[in-house]
Design a protein around this ligand. Sequence first.
Ligand SMILES: Cc1ncc(COP(=O)(O)O)c(C=O)c1O
Length: 415
Amino acid sequence: MSELKINHRLIMTPGPTMVDPRVSQAMSNQILGQFDPDFTQIMNDNMAMIRKSFHTKNQWAFPIDGTSRAGNEAIIGSIVKPGDSVLVPVFGRFGDLFVELAQRAGGRVTTMTADWGTVFDQDQIISEIKRLKPKVVAIVHGETSTGRLQPIDRLGKAIHEYGGFLVVDAVASYMGTPVEVDRWELDAVVGGAQKCLSIPSGITPITFNDRFAAEINQRKRVEQGVRTALDQSGSQFITSNYLDLTQLQDYWSPRRLNHHTEATVADYGLHEGLRLALHEGLPARFNRHLRVHQALNAGLTAMGLTIYHQGDHEMPMVTCVQIPDKLDGDAFRQSLLEQFGVEISSSFGSLQGKIWRIGTMGYSAQKGFILTFIALFGAALLQAGISVDLKAGLDATQAVFERPNAPVDSLVSTL
Ligand SMILES: Cc1ncc(COP(=O)(O)O)c(C=O)c1O
């Protein structure tokens, strides 16, 4: 077997992203034991920083060891028991993932659908919520597959009028645009690592409130081997052991009940990623994502390409661009990667072969990378026989970066 050799890449996908070298450096530190006080301090720091990142005062804010779908599965598998009613508004692939997870948990799932490339009017969802009164509403905030950002700020209030729970997948929007957990009354939320937080995948920040905790704790069952006489076993216990949020609460609290062996290196990366993000400041970070997104859109448009559903609830960290007619989108992506070392994404379902998705998330969302991207992407298109105006693309991209900063502080409540 030859030595591992990782080629240089410019990653411009909607996850994973480029990683700040300071995060990689933090992850090269020596392993600590999971109950070492030096490490439990890192765990507590991570909880505190996750709270800030979600704009929440929730006690329960900790990472799940696993990729973001493990976070979604932990939340759905803990709150949905067989027979529970669940409403999922679906407007892309990750809404379908919620359907899948809720069905596997035994939920009675109702869906409502919006055309891919669009979002729901919140009133439409609210009237369905009022009609069905589902125990759980599970919705995606940033639907990476279509590049749409779903407004969700009014749903919680409607659900809380009758005592339901709002579960949100903010995997792709988290740390790139505001996710106001307390102000928007979100009961349980999943963030992402390898998206706008820009750390390696494999650890997932989540948060949930006390009312959600009280509900899932009715199902609490501490595993044999660490169970004490004080631990009662709830009926209809959570079927997953690994993703059982009630046992994870005991692990992520002073009880430090032995559960899995924490992925210490991933926690180091999370710590440095969150520290860097909070040091940048969330309003500044959101502003940066917005500006980079606008710069990329301007550049691509000036080159002569068409942005898919431009201006229609676009995520400020995913740009969907129509694949020029007669071009094989996947063959082009492959050559862009092999010849130029640049990676972009295709899409799913009905959008497969129609759009490319370009991610401008976290560390990837910086001026130098965007200009390099436009230059290489334009050159590759020219080489593939697509006539684009590369100079106009570069000029338009640069012009957006030269505009004075528009403050976005009003988007964000103070902590
Ligand atoms: C919106 C959304 N939800 C969930 C996931 C699943 O995340 P992971 O691949 O980290 O499990 C993704 C991944 O792309 C996503 O974009």
